[in-house]
Design a protein around this ligand. Structure first.
Ligand code: ADP
Ligand code: MG
Length: 136
């Protein structure tokens, strides 16, 4: 459990998480809107050598960045379930050569094979956040 009081500190937590990640690892990132999911992923991406802007995917379910290894960033906020979705929906993102971060993972959690970590962020008033990291 870690507490942060700025987005920079949350990015630093993301960078520390990134140190232990290997290609194929999937990191689930949950928490309410504005809790800092994208911010933490941005810090992780920077540590993985991504130089492109890291922003919330809006018109697609995900982004794919180039770093020291490929990095996928999914945001499944709008995905209510997998019913009626293309079964290969995530295939372009969850590849063996990439580290993947998934915001709002609930709908797909049961079908993810290689979850390395779960990260949960919670508001604690103002700029303070509580970050909990779980290893499945
Ligand atoms: P999410 O992806 O969970 O919706 P974002 O990372 O997009 O959240 O946004 C978090 C917002 O909260 C940003 O505007 C960020 O600057 C602000 N913020 C303030 N304090 C913190 C903190 N301690 N950690 C992360 N973000 C913070
Ligand atoms: Mg986000």
């Amino acid at each position: 459990m870690t507490r942060t009081s700025s987005s920079v500190e949350t990015e630093e937590v993301g960078a520390r998480i990134a140190e232990d990640l290997e290609p194929g690892d999937v990191v689930l990132v949950s928490g309410e809107l504005g809790a800092g999911k994208t911010t933490l992923i941005r810090g992780a991406c920077r540590a993985l050598g991504v130089t492109d802007p890291v922003t919330s995917p809006t018109f697609t379910i995900g982004h794919r960045y180039r770093g020291r290894m490929p990095v996928s960033h999914l945001d499944l906020y709008r995905l209510e379930g997998l019913e009626g979705e293309d079964p290969g929906l995530l295939d372009d993102y969850l590849t063996d050569d990439a580290v993947a971060f998934v915001e709002w993972p609930l709908a797909v959690e049961p079908m993810l094979e290689r979850v390395a970590l779960g990260v949960e962020l919670a508001h604690e008033g103002g700029d303070r956040r509580l970050i909990t990291i779980n290893r499945p």
